[in-house]
Design a protein around this ligand. Structure first.
Ligand SMILES: [Zn+2]
Length: 276
């Protein structure tokens, strides 16, 4: 019932444009199509399924079928229930995750989640080094190569290439075990607390994300990089993918989490729009 008027509108629009095409080409429409085709959109999100990787102590994703099939009234119908922890799969950490007075996920200003972004490729050092800590030097190297400082108000993405291991838990997390005892066995790269401090003190970024399970590396005990970034209301995106398809700069991010009231985090659909 909700969809009916939408389809009707679409039908009328298509008929309308067919008509115009036959009579006289609609130049505006052609231009708009050209622009739309020139834009490349890269999906940086993993899907949610039984394979989705969660923190070893978090409840995993579950999808339960409510109904799927033809009804006795003649129409087809499908609906599911799902449940998930906030922090699993491609998700956002809201500042309150590690900062008492930080914003909850519904309070994060949209301006922080959409806008110009850069990518820093540290995969040469990080991909085969599970305990690698992304350093201040990695940021300085990017700035030297790109001949610019990390731009004011940008979204910073860190590429380790760990997403290539996803969803193999042993390779991606360092362990297939679950529960509190598995935490000590976690091995994957992350951002060093020194580099997190440098970012908040020397540069002014809107958000940060990476293609590993956590912004702090697997062997972290005190989650200092979380604390440093989230205390400054800088949201963190975790378990990203397809970062290898992005250039070092010149693209935009749209990162929209589920708007959970008072949430400490949420599933995140994040895409990059590459400039033509
Ligand atoms: Zn998280």
């Amino acid at each position: 019932m909700i969809k009916y008027p939408y389809y009707l509108c679409l039908f009328l629009t298509i008929c309308h444009s067919c008509d115009e095409k036959h009579n006289h080409p609609n130049l505006l429409e052609q231009d708009a199509l050209k622009v739309a085709k020139a834009k490349v959109i890269v999906d940086l999100s993993h899907d949610y399924s039984a394979e989705t990787i969660y923190w070893v102590t978090a409840k995993e994703f579950q999808l339960d079928t409510v109904f799927k099939g033809d009804t006795d009234k003649g129409f087809y119908y499908a609906a599911n229930n799902f449940s998930t922890a906030e922090h699993g799969g491609t998700h956002i950490d809201a500042p309150i995750h590690f900062a008492k007075n930080g914003q909850t996920v519904d309070e994060i200003p949209l301006e922080k989640l959409m806008g110009p972004a850069i990518k820093i490729d540290v995969s040469k050092s990080a991909f085969t080094s599970p305990d690698y800590l992304i350093s201040i030097q990695d940021f300085l190297d990017w700035e030297e190569k790109e001949n610019t400082q990390i731009p004011e108000g940008s979204i910073v993405l860190l590429q380790t290439n760990y997403s290539k291991y996803y969803p193999d838990k042993l390779k991606y997390l360092g362990t297939e075990e679950r529960g509190p005892d598995a935490i000590k066995q976690l091995h994957f790269p992350g951002l060093s607390p020194e580099a997190a401090t440098w970012l908040v003190e020397k540069r002014n970024i809107n958000a940060i994300g990476l293609d590993t399970p956590s912004i702090d590396f697997g062997q972290s005990e005190y989650f200092k990089s979380h604390v440093i970034l989230l205390s400054k209301n800088i949201p963190v995106f975790e378990n990203l993918t397809n970062l290898d398809q992005l250039p070092a700069s010149g693209f935009e991010i749209i990162a929209l989490p589920m708007k959970i009231k008072e949430g400490s985090g949420a599933p995140l659909r994040i895409v990059a729009i590459l400039n033509p």
